[in-house]
Design a protein around this ligand. Structure first.
Ligand SMILES: C[S@@+](CC[C@H](N)C(=O)[O-])C[C@H]1O[C@@H](n2cnc3c(N)ncnc32)[C@H](O)[C@@H]1O
Length: 233
């Protein structure tokens, strides 16, 4: 026997978000459209965020006091650098190492080579390139601001900078480097140091400075001649 009396409860109706009064086909269409709208917003937003994340490290150097953008060394420039390293050994650092091409070339020439670079994407790419070229064991890349690290431990220093930074960098390296260090400047020379060697032409020119000779502790024939003339007078 059925217990209790009264009317049976109405079955629960599914809750609908649709506007009241819309025919079912139109209601489904509206739902579909709003889902597509959400997806599109997500895709556009995600893409914008990814572009922002990738582009920012490339743009920020241009906003700094000294603008040092990513301009990779040419093949000829790299050849000139490697030529100027022929009689050298020990460790090497590329200051602002970009995509790592100088560091990789130096490692292939037998150096333990290190790069300091502000842009994390370029550092990750450099590590990948070093691995691809089979020199990951003799290379290291740091995400680092060149003005905040000391280069005192390196015997070979390479820099492809911009003219505005060269006076400040000259001072910094002059204070930090040991007498046996060699500095190689690509494309732009240091303003006060006089080079021991210059090689290449135009934008591929590199200037070589031996710190010992800069401090008067090395041999540089033309300087010795100059001093003798001064004494005679
Ligand atoms: C002219 S590129 C030279 C790249 C590389 N050395 C070459 O020769 O192919 C200079 C590099 O310095 C990096 N840079 C700019 N400011 C920096 C900073 N404060 N510290 C470290 N790297 C910096 C830039 O991101 C850029 O990759």
């Amino acid at each position: 026997m059925e217990g209790g009396g009264g009317a049976a409860p109405e079955p629960l109706q599914e809750e609908s978000q649709a506007q009241p009064g819309l025919p079912p086909s139109l209601e489904a269409n509206t739902l579909k459209k709003s889902r597509w709208g959400l997806l599109l917003t997500g895709i556009v937003g995600g893409t914008l965020m990814a572009v922002y994340a990738v582009a920012t490290p490339f743009v920020t150097p241009a906003l700094r006091k000294v603008c040092l953008p990513f301009v990779p060394a040419t093949t000829k420039q790299i050849e000139n650098v490697v030529k100027m390293l022929q009689s050298r050994s020990g460790s090497l650092v590329d200051i602002g190492s970009g995509d790592g091409r100088i560091v990789v070339a130096a490692a292939k020439a037998g150096f333990t080579a290190v790069g300091y670079e502000l842009n994390p994407w370029l550092v990750w790419y450099s590590r990948y390139r070093a691995w691809q070229e089979g020199v990951h064991g003799s290379t290291k890349f740091y995400i680092s601001d060149l003005w905040k690290v000391s280069f005192s431990q390196y015997t070979n220093v390479v820099v492809f900078g911009v003219p505005q930074m060269m006076p400040q960098l000259e001072k910094k390296l002059g204070l930090e480097l040991k007498d046996d260090a060699r500095v190689i400047a690509c494309r732009f020379p240091f303003p006060h140091w006089s080079p021991d060697h210059v090689t290449g032409e135009g934008t591929d020119t590199v200037w070589v400075y031996d710190v010992g000779t800069l401090r008067g502790k090395g041999r540089r024939p033309e300087l010795v001649r100059f001093r003798l003339v001064v004494r005679k007078e």
